[in-house]
Design a protein around this ligand. Structure first.
Ligand SMILES: NC(=O)c1ccc[n+]([C@@H]2O[C@H](COP(=O)([O-])OP(=O)(O)OC[C@H]3O[C@@H](n4cnc5c(N)ncnc54)[C@H](O)[C@@H]3O)[C@@H](O)[C@H]2O)c1
Length: 337
């Protein structure tokens, strides 16, 4: 059998998501995790040691020196553009975490850099790789619900997220963008009008300049209505990192996704916690779950075995909705994304 060259991959950003990408790449048979990079040198070194990769403190040095084919960009939300541009200029395929960027100017620059270089660009909208959301969209696309009339989503997370984020990214951009993308994907139509309100105060009093909660109504060109509910103020004692749902109603059927009940819970003297069985479970050294599917799909896209499951334009459209939700909440006006 002909030996297939392994894809030489690097990861930029050795935080929560960078570690996740690195560990999954390190276990993918077609991939060689070659390098990890973080401006925090100690974080890069620790992750490199754990995964058998080389550590870099600078993106330019990594893309110039590590002979890579592709990178995952897992830097904080506002810091996606520079590493994407550097990697694209070096001809490397790009997987960039969601949201594609925090401004339209940065998002357009990333798409343009990938286009100009002729490299693949996949944005990590991971719910498209969650078996439940994937099956839901397949059922909708097969016409099993008829025409979608309404989509309700809830993304409710604990305050623990701010231990790391410290208010650096807004609620619609960090969490909402997942659901705005899912809604466009489920409805199969563009958002034409957004109204929204935000609740502030609790996190601001703790020094984090972000919303506590956000509610948005999305009107689609098809006439469908989207209702997106977000908060990140659930108590630390909540039995999981969050409570995420989607309810879809069509004119011939409906479906519900509820991710809180994972099928696995553990109880000690004080509380019960739900353990992950869907996002990134590891079984005998094999990684599974939506992040594994996402990275395995990226390899397929780079190898030209599959078109990208989410086009760059979809990621930009989800960003536009998130920015519209912010503007609508700030002004009280109806906003076109
Ligand atoms: N798909 C999901 O479910 C999911 C979940 C959490 C976060 N994310 C996304 O992943 C991205 C990273 O988030 P995180 O939670 O891992 O953040 P994090 O703070 O844990 O990690 C970010 C890392 O990037 C590093 N960094 C910043 N600028 C850099 C640069 N120019 N070069 C090299 N390293 C740099 C930081 O030092 C930090 O170590 C964000 O876009 C976030 O929205 C996605």
């Amino acid at each position: 059998m002909a030996r297939v060259e392994r894809l030489r991959v690097g990861v930029v950003g050795a935080g929560v998501m960078g570690e996740r990408h690195a560990r999954i790449y390190a276990a993918l048979p077609e991939v060689e995790l070659v390098a990890v990079c973080d401006v925090r040198e100690d974080a890069a070194r620790r992750l490199a040691q754990a995964t058998g990769a080389a550590a870099y403190a600078d993106v330019a040095a990594m893309v110039g020196g590590a002979r890579l084919d592709a990178v995952s960009v897992c830097t904080s939300d506002e810091a996606h553009r520079a590493p994407c541009e550097a990697a694209a200029r070096a001809g490397l395929h790009l997987l960039v975490e969601k949201p594609i960027a925090t401004t339209l100017a940065d998002a357009d620059a990333i798409v343009e850099a990938a286009d100009r270089a002729g490299v693949a660009l996949l944005v990590g909208h991971c719910l498209r790789f969650d078996p439940r959301y994937h099956a839901a969209q397949a059922a909708i696309a097969a016409g099993e619900l008829g025409t979608v009339q309404t989509v309700y989503t809830r993304r409710s997370n604990t305050v623990a997220a701010q231990d790391r984020l410290r208010g650096r990214c807004s609620l619609p951009l960090f969490l909402g963008v997942h659901d705005y993308d899912v809604m466009r994907w489920f409805v199969g139509s563009e958002v034409v009008e957004v109204t929204a309100a935000a609740k502030r105060g609790l996190l601001e009093r703790r020094g984090y300049p972000v919303e506590d909660a956000s509610g948005a109504l999305l009107r689609f060109a098809s006439g469908a209505l989207g209702i997106a509910e977000l908060n990140w103020i659930l108590p630390r004692g909540f039995p999981a990192s969050g409570d995420h749902r989607a309810d879809v109603v069509g004119d011939r059927g409906s479906l519900q996704i509820a991710t809180l009940e994972t099928g696995l819970s553990r109880t000690d003297e004080t509380r019960t916690v739900r353990l992950d069985a869907h996002a990134a479970p590891e079984v005998h050294g094999h990684h599974g779950g939506m992040f594994h599917f996402e990275l395995a799909h990226f390899v397929d896209v780079v190898r030209r075995r599959a078109p990208a499951a989410i086009a760059p334009a979809d990621a930009v459209a989800a960003l536009r909705v998130a920015l519209a939700v912010e503007r609508a909440a700030a002004t009280g006006a109806r906003v076109a994304p």
